[in-house]
Design a protein around this ligand. Sequence first.
Ligand SMILES: [Zn+2]
Length: 354
Amino acid sequence: MNKLLADLVAIPGPCGFEHQMIRYLYNRMLPIADECRIDGIGNLIVTKKGAYDGPSLIVSAHTDEVGFIVKKIEPNGLIRFEKLGGHDDRILLSEPVIVHTEQGALPGVIGTISCHMLKIDNPELVRKFSELYIDVGAADADEVAQMGIRVGDPITWATPYREMGANRAYGHGFDDKCGCAVLVKALEELDFSKVHGTVYGVFSVQEEVGLRGAKVAGQQLDADVALAVDTTAVSDTFEAMMDDTLELGRGPGVKVMDFSLTASLAVRKKLESVARSYGIPYQLEVFAGIGTDAGELHMAKSGIPSSVISVPSRYAHSSVETIDLRDFYYSKELLKAFIMEMRTKEEFSFLYNM
Ligand SMILES: [Zn+2]
């Protein structure tokens, strides 16, 4: 599954430009799916039916990653850009990027002033992204055009997947290629002749710009319960606001609340009980700084009881997102255990066991 994550990191999917991700996942899921279809906004919906009656479960993982988009090509060949998704302007400088043109992928760098210039600059200044530029190695605007770069071309971070230390890996777009890999592997590995109910695997689009794909998916599926599988930001480093409530290597997060969702108590307790009975470590996640596809899914139609399996991640949305591969593995095991143990839609109803 680590190999699959590395493969997905190499496939670009900036928000609204998930075509290569969706094509790859469609081709991969088609042989094992009961149905595989792509809706109007671009979500890939993979249906897998269990042998027994039971609840219908949506599992959503988003195929988009944060990136940028070409806004303007300046006369000297430098490129102005707009953001796709959330970025911290302080960490953009001197980062390698890839510009995705119709003719192929081209390398570039986000420019910065040399440290030799600091004496004549204000060292406190954080430049806004709108003041920055991407250098693709062109001498002027004509050369940029000859390279095939046009306004509207999407841009991603360039960092490949790399393993470091005994159990960890870094790369760009782990949010949410980790979730996509978890969902692919769970659907491939599970024995559906033992499953009660139906699973709709939703590989959603445009999560990072407002949960847009999930909103469309939730409206068209009849589901009794929903899970998102996504990364979440840990708080286990030294900065002042870090409180060690979520740490790398302590297992997947089971969502209690974030800004988009208060998790269904029944779904959250089911995740906890299957984790305990399968010996899967987990951490309860209370973090108001993040939202996921479940934020839309739980409000779809007449309301779908929802929670989230979170892969803990450091440096979220940067070019060097870092995970513990054991958390990643256990996230898949927790999803599989949940699917194996679901029995009836009643067990996810609001007053179940209350
Ligand atoms: Zn995400």
